[in-house]
Design a protein around this ligand. Structure first.
Ligand SMILES: Cc1ncc(C[n+]2csc(CCOP(=O)(O)OP(=O)(O)O)c2C)c(N)n1
Ligand code: SF4
Ligand SMILES: [Mg+2]
Length: 363
């Protein structure tokens, strides 16, 4: 006898609720937090750094997913800092996986639950199954296993929490570390004054283009309702879904602890992190158009990891941001186009500072 596999449908949060009640002078809502669910499957009492972006993301993803959830966590900060022997902050089942195996482990969980429910060995409903892997895992060491799981279309949500470095082992460069981002493996110096020379890997677009039957989206910790709704959409989607979330790392990026959520907005407003959703039915991208367009320096200046940048590096960054504005269908204002000229950033060089905060401290 075969039993039916019954699936949850999680309702979406109001995008226009309390969070949109009051605007600042740019039209940005002043309240970052919506009315969150009471339940906290990722409870207080873990050991991540103060202001840790991945920890904020974990909390909101799990609030959105709710209590009937099982989680896999490949090796990284969010495994090491969250779990010591016999102790984790999870109030839902959670398992550590090797860093390369987040995708295959989660495929196994998904296939296992389906089979057990069909055979009547598990009463159901089918739980929310998710893996939250760092960028080192999802974009580099474990990308093969995640791509395999997406391709086979297992019913699970694959999240990359992207702190743009291998944080846990001491802030080494990863494929998503931005151009000029200083890490312990990309120090700046006379030979390579920009620190990192390569642009970041476009992980989410790779996942969407390469697995067009999957729901794929990007988001940041600057937009909690968006993050939580995309979590729910990914879980509601029957089949594989991939969510790429920007999550600042306070220790590695060197910024003021309270600025994690603000960075999550500024990275979008400076054109460096397009927020979008890929609809597998229509096979189209839906791009978010932020109400403010800022120069990249509004973002870079908040972080010590960019403190060494010279005018030509800042100009290169502005060129990529302007390309992103075009990709998402927004006009590039003349003020931002002009900033593609290194001469416009000469002041940073002449005054011998570029970053008002933590100049030269770095990772
Ligand atoms: C195959 C393998 N190589 C290297 C390591 C060492 N290692 C443990 S955590 C980690 C960093 C992972 O980076 P990321 O996935 O970005 O997570 P984060 O630490 O940034 O949260 C590394 C390299 C490992 N555990 N397994
Ligand atoms: S090193 Fe970064 S990612 Fe790791 S716990 Fe600290 S802030 Fe979070
Ligand atoms: Mg990382």
């Amino acid at each position: 006898m075969t039993f039916e596999v019954v699936r949850h449908q999680l309702p979406l949060f109001e995008e226009d609720g309390r969070a949109a009640a009051t605007d600042d002078e740019h039209g940005r809502d002043l309240h970052y937090l919506p009315d969150l669910p009471e339940e906290d499957p990722y409870a207080a009492g873990h050991r991540t750094c103060a202001g840790c972006g991945p920890a904020i993301q974990y909390r909101w993803v799990l609030k959105a997913a709710g209590q009937d959830t099982v989680v896999a966590g490949p090796t990284g900060c969010m495994y090491v800092a969250n779990s010591t022997y016999l102790c984790t902050p999870y109030t839902v089942p959670w398992a550590h996986t090797p860093i390369a195996s987040g995708g295959s482990f989660t495929s196994g969980m998904a296939a296992g639950y389906e089979a057990m429910i069909r055979k009547g060995r598990y009463p159901g409903p089918y739980p929310n199954i998710l893996v939250m892997a760092g960028d080192g895992s999802a974009a580099d060491i474990g990308i093969g296993s995640i791509s395999g799981a997406l391709y086979r279309n297992h019913d699970a949500l694959f999240v990359c929490y992207d702190n743009e470095c291998y944080a846990n082992t001491g802030i080494q460069t990863s494929p998503t570390t931005p151009y000029a981002g200083m890490t312990t493996f990309t120090p700046f110096g006379k030979a390579i004054p920009e620190g990192k020379k390569l642009p970041p890997k476009n992980l989410a677009k790779m996942m969407a283009e390469g697995h067009p039957h999957c729901y794929v989206a990007t988001t940041t910790v600057g937009y909690p309702v968006d993050l939580m709704n995309k979590t729910r959409k990914g879980l509601n989607h029957v089949g594989a879904a991939f969510l790429h979330c920007y999550t600042p790392c306070q220790k590695g990026w060197v910024y003021q602890t309270s600025m994690t959520v603000e960075l999550g907005r500024r990275v979008v407003e400076s054109g460096l992190w397009p927020v979008w959703e890929y609809d597998p039915q229509e096979r189209t991208y839906h791009y978010f158009h932020p109400p403010v367009q800022r120069p990249v320096t509004d973002y870079l200046a908040m972080q010590g990891r960019f403190g060494h940048m010279l005018p030509e590096h800042v100009a290169t960054m502005q060129v990529s941001a302007n390309r992103n504005w075009e990709t998402i269908g927004m006009d590039v204002p003349k003020t931002l186009r002009d900033l593609e000229d290194p001469a416009r950033h000469q002041r940073l060089h002449d005054e011998e500072y570029s970053m008002p905060l933590n100049r030269g401290v770095g990772a």
